[in-house]
Design a protein. Sequence first.
Length: 77
Amino acid sequence: MTHISPDPEPERTTGLEPGGGVPPGETPPAESSMPETLPRETHNPAKGWSKGPMTVIIVLAVLIAAFFLAYALVLIL
């Protein structure tokens, strides 16, 4: 099995100047121009937690805290 290097060979790669430089017309677009090409996401906008799940989480947290407080009081007495 032979090993193939993923690096391009400068003498066989198009668009490279002697010495390995790249002419201005061969460079990719700047990063700032990339977000305009993506589709706008409107099907699932982020609105945060709804009231139902947040209420359930808070109630469970209070019940667990009350259980451990009662358990600690029973151990002390």
